[in-house]
Ligand binder design. Structure first.
Ligand SMILES: Cc1cc2nc3c(=O)[nH]c(=O)nc-3n(C[C@H](O)[C@H](O)[C@H](O)COP(=O)(O)OP(=O)(O)OC[C@H]3O[C@@H](n4cnc5c(N)ncnc54)[C@H](O)[C@@H]3O)c2cc1C
Ligand SMILES: NC(=O)c1ccc[n+]([C@@H]2O[C@H](COP(=O)([O-])OP(=O)(O)OC[C@H]3O[C@@H](n4cnc5c(N)ncnc54)[C@H](O)[C@@H]3O)[C@@H](O)[C@H]2O)c1
Length: 463
């Protein structure tokens, strides 16, 4: 194991700036391949996902789903008394997910791979040159083969007058919650807002979700956003879409949000889930002649942003998901190690872990039409399937397929329902493998599974 770096100047083959999921994996891989690699991280090795995002929030949704299932037992299986308790959730996130937000295990793993590690904030000062400011001073780093950026995003707090004058939760504070607020106003109806809104509502908070867009999950099919709004309402969330928040005041430990043309919302807490921001100027991207006002560098299909500069993860704008960060790390790693692999984004899957889960892959109907394809769609409702009928309570969901009729292949699909993210697997194979629709129609789908509903959606395909 190499020593923790303390020297002020060092030269390596590759510097990985920001150790999100992809950067961490890439640094270890390149070191394993014999390159000298320096991983630089200002906060926690592993990035947003393990400490503030995917893992803790999915522990929350797991717990909230357990409560919902227990509440359904009354009608299906006899009486159950449900008394929500946040303590086990908070303890699990602190102890099992984040080791109390300590990345020692991840740092050790990185050092054991042969990579070096430097804690600090990096800024590019010249091509292949970095200045890193951290707890033990300022270091200069020269990366002779190049720099990989995996700097991710920060939560964006919208410029609502007064909002930032008092305490505001983003995902980073919400995952540290040690108790459930009595009431919660959620700003934003994307994946983050919807997941948190349902979790806290199921644990007893009075939740209002304020979404500026006309619907929830605007990147998904409209049918999915509409059905999700219904299901959140059934959980007691007051869902308000198409709203404009014009101001905020903080008083007596409560926040009040003014809503244009509507009732103001007062809550004990406000959670901002209104998207993410980046700062390319702070990173010094202009050194490479790149646009510092952009959200991130443009990359080619090998993740190259410039000569000797690669970028992976959320900043590439190809989908802010951990699996994308890992996928792109593989592509960039191949390029650095001289293997020719090209990124292919035709079948990017994503899952919002609400109940019902909303999974989608490839193009939505609107995106396929915008791309000029001759589109046919097919839809089926999960409650109309045998498994949906059997499942009864909690069976809301749908499957929607988007076919390129010209080629007779699926270019997109949505799978919403119980285990919707798992059912998505079959659809992702179909889109990724460009399996002819006729071949899919000839498949035998096990009875009575949720995924068997795919065959009804195939039967429904029409122009
Ligand atoms: C609440 C929430 C839930 C989510 N749930 C899911 C989910 O279920 N599934 C999923 O696939 N995705 C989910 N995501 C998205 C997921 O967290 C990100 O896509 C994932 O973390 C990958 O991001 P990344 O690789 O770009 O880097 P990040 O994870 O954002 O890490 C970047 C790292 O770079 C560091 N850094 C930044 N600038 C510098 C600098 N100048 N010098 C040194 N270090 C720097 C940061 O400190 C950070 O640790 C969720 C996101 C949120 C907010
Ligand atoms: N399960 C997952 O894979 C998962 C889960 C969470 C987040 N993520 C990723 O993290 C990223 C961030 O998610 P997010 O939900 O924060 O962002 P987002 O950009 O997807 O959604 C933010 C929503 O907030 C709304 N909004 C913006 N400003 C507003 C305002 N002033 N008032 C009211 N509403 C406003 C927008 O209409 C938008 O729909 C996304 O790209 C997402 O893909 C993934």
């Amino acid at each position: 194991m190499k020593e923790w770096m303390t020297m002020a100047e060092q030269t390596v083959d590759v510097a990985v700036v920001g150790l999100g999921p992809g950067g961490e994996a890439l640094a270890a891989r390149l070191a394993g391949a014999g390159l000298s690699v320096l991983g630089i991280e200002s906060r926690l090795v592993g990035g947003e996902c393990p400490y503030f995002a995917c893992v803790p929030t999915k522990m929350m949704t797991r717990a909230a789903d357990a409560l919902a299932e227990a509440r359904r037992a009354g009608e299906l299986a006899g009486s159950v008394e449900v008394t929500p308790d946040w303590a086990p959730v908070a303890a699990r996130i602190r102890d099992e997910a984040t080791a109390d937000w300590d990345d020692k295990a991840a740092v050790d793993r990185l050092l054991e791979s042969g990579a070096r590690f430097l804690r600090g904030t990096a800024r590019i000062t010249a091509p292949g040159e970095l200045e890193v400011t951290g707890p033990d001073g300022t270091h200069t780093v020269t990366a002779t083969r190049g720099i990989v950026l995996n700097t991710g995003t920060d939560p964006a707090v919208p410029p609502i007058p007064g909002l930032a004058d008092g305490p505001v939760w983003t995902n980073r504070e919400a995952v540290r919650a040690t108790e459930v607020p009595e009431s919660l106003a959620v700003i934003g109806g994307g994946p983050v807002g919807c997941e948190f809104a349902q979790v806290f509502a199921r644990f007893g908070a009075e939740v209002t979700l304020l979404q500026s867009n006309a619907r929830l999950l605007p990147q998904d099919e409209p049918e999915a956003g509409e059905l999700l709004a219904e299901r959140l309402a059934a959980d007691g969330v007051a869902v308000r879409t198409g709203v404009k928040i014009t101001g905020a005041t903080h008083a007596d430990g409560r926040v009040t949000l003014q809503v244009e043309g509507g009732e103001p919302v007062t809550a004990a807490r406000v959670l901002v889930a209104a998207g993410r921001k980046t700062d390319m100027a702070a990173l010094g991207l202009g050194v490479y002649g790149l646009d510092e006002s952009a959200k991130g560098p443009e990359v080619d299909d090998r993740m190259r942003a410039a000569e000797g500069l690669w970028a992976i993860g959320d900043i590439t704008g190809k989908g802010a998901f951990t699996h994308m960060s890992m996928y792109q790390a593989g592509i960039a790693g191949d390029d650095i190690l001289g293997q020719e692999t090209k990124a292919d984004y035709r079948a990017v899957p994503r899952v919002t872990f609400t109940d019902p889960e909303v999974g989608s892959v490839g193009l939505s109907e609107a995106a396929a039409r915008e791309a000029g394809l001759n589109v046919r769609t097919g839809t089926t409702q999960i409650p109309d399937s045998s498994r949906g009928f059997i499942h009864k309570l909690g069976n809301a969901g749908l499957i929607k397929l988007v076919e390129d009729a010209e080629r007779g292949v699926l270019v997109g699909a949505t799978s919403m329902g119980p285990g919707g993210g798992e059912v998505l697997g079959a659809l992702a194979v179909a889109v990724h493998g460009e399996v002819p629709v006729d071949t899919l129609r000839g498949m035998i789908f096990a009875y009575p599974t949720f995924h068997r509903a795919i065959s009804s959606a195939l039967d429904d395909l029409r122009g």
